[in-house]
Design a protein around this ligand. Structure first.
Ligand SMILES: C[S@@+](CC[C@H](N)C(=O)[O-])C[C@H]1O[C@@H](n2cnc3c(N)ncnc32)[C@H](O)[C@@H]1O
Ligand code: SF4
Length: 391
């Protein structure tokens, strides 16, 4: 994997707020995110009230933080009214100081209907959008079950570029029947439309999705390991040549344009998550807390209304668990991890024999500054490398 030499923000991970909007117009056959389709219009006023309640609850144990990033994810948060976004941002600003340069991202589906709301989102306070383009041709968009054409998606990207200083879009690769030559051409065309950030996800077949059922029935022609590796190599080569090397296993940016919010996760910083099925990691005097909310949207609403928050999990992590999470998240980054930080968190150092063996196999390496990172050869098998180190 070509390397982003240095990731922009170096002043610590910051404090992030994640807001989950759990609804979509239809369910994509590959997706296992907490997203639901509803026949009736969603009662946004009721959701605003519940988000406010959750924010007030989280503020009771995170006072004094300065919010460095806010992320509206989903589901499809571009289906929310701009006034709903504005109400949530107001509530956040009522509980914490929000940094003047806070990154405030909205995930958007690139349909024309949602693009019409972009100006409204900017007026509400959004300053970065992340669009789910997924593919640049209509045949593959149909296979992926998307509700937009390539032309419509690219119009949405153009509009986003004219309204927001910062925008990114997602593509999924290693799609059924995709060739390395076709992907190279498609990715080069995509990079001409991107500014300084792009997310490129290898298609993962998640359990209990339509794609898993099709695969099990032998009806999904997925790339074999050789072709998957060729597609990965094309991804790294083309993005590096375009000046957007990988700074994380699936995320590419010009130095300085990385997603600051996602860096909080990968650098194992502090964040709260509100809305159905949202996660948080918070530091307190007693240790690091792992939090998660009720996943089902309507159940979440009633739980928040009755209990004053939607948390169904709020546990202190053991030092071992913290060390494992720190490795799992940090080794996704091209900058790697600080071994001393791992030691401080987990109470023990990395196993020197395992590290030596992974170095000998060319899977990990030390940087000149003493950080440990996964090598270009190790990234395609990242899960195995992390499992080996964490064991
Ligand atoms: C929260 S999701 C979707 C945001 C938005 N609703 C959309 O579809 O454009 C964020 C991104 O994850 C990626 N993604 C979701 N499921 C995936 C899968 N099974 N394999 C690879 N990428 C996936 C897609 O690129 C998607 O844009
Ligand atoms: S990929 Fe996006 S639009 Fe499709 S179901 Fe998942 S969250 Fe919804």
């Amino acid at each position: 994997m070509a390397r982003s030499s240095q990731i922009g923000a170096t002043t610590g991970p910051g404090f992030g707020v994640y807001v989950h909007w759990p609804f979509c117009l239809s369910k994509c056959p590959y997706c296992d995110f907490n997203s639901h389709v509803r026949a009736k219009p969603v009662d946004e006023a009721r959701f605003i009230a519940a988000y406010r309640t959750e924010l007030a609850h989280r503020a009771t144990f995170t006072s004094g933080r300065t919010v460095s990033s806010i992320f509206f994810g989903g589901g499809t948060p571009s289906l929310m009214k701009p006034s709903t976004i504005a109400a949530i941002l107001d509530a956040i600003a009522g509980h914490w100081q929000v940094a003047a340069d806070a990154e405030i991202t909205l995930e958007a589906n690139p349909t024309s209907v949602e693009a019409e709301r972009f100006r409204g989102f900017r007026s509400a306070g959004i300053n970065r959008v992340s669009l789910g383009v997924q593919a640049m041709n209509d045949v593959d968009l149909k296979v992926l079950g998307r509700g937009h054409t390539a032309a419509e998606a690219l119009r949405a990207v153009e509009l986003a570029a004219s309204i927001f200083d910062r925008y990114s879009f997602d593509l999924i690769y290693a799609r059924p029947a995709q060739t390395a030559a076709g992907w190279k051409e498609e990715l080069e065309a995509a990079l001409l439309r991107s500014k300084d950030h792009i997310s490129l996800y290898q298609l993962t077949i998640e359990d209990d999705t339509m794609f898993a059922r099709l695969r099990d029935a032998g009806r999904l022609a997925l790339p074999d390991p050789g072709r998957a590796r060729a597609l990965w190599d094309v991804t790294q080569d083309v993005t590096a040549k375009a000046g957007l090397p990988a700074y994380e296993i699936s995320n590419h940016a010009r130095p300085g344009a990385e997603s600051r919010h996602n860096l909080i996760y990968w650098r194992y910083g502090e964040y709260i998550g509100i809305g159905p099925g949202a996660h948080g990691r918070i530091l307190s005097a007693e240790g690091r807390r792992a939090q998660a909310t009720e996943r089902h949207p309507e159940v979440w609403l009633t739980v928040v209304e009755s209990d004053g928050h939607g948390l169904i999990e709020d546990d202190y992590l053991s030092t071992e668990e913290q060390g494992d999470e720190f490795l799992l998240m940090g080794l996704r980054l091209s900058e790697g991890i600080e071994p001393d930080a791992f030691q401080a968190m987990s109470g023990h150092g990395l196993d020197p024999r395992r590290v030596a063996s992974l170095i000998a196999d060319g899977m990990v390496e030390y940087t000149p500054r003493g950080r440990l990172r996964v090598s270009a050869e190790g990234f395609p098998v990242l899960d195995a490398v992390v499992a080996d180190l964490a064991a």
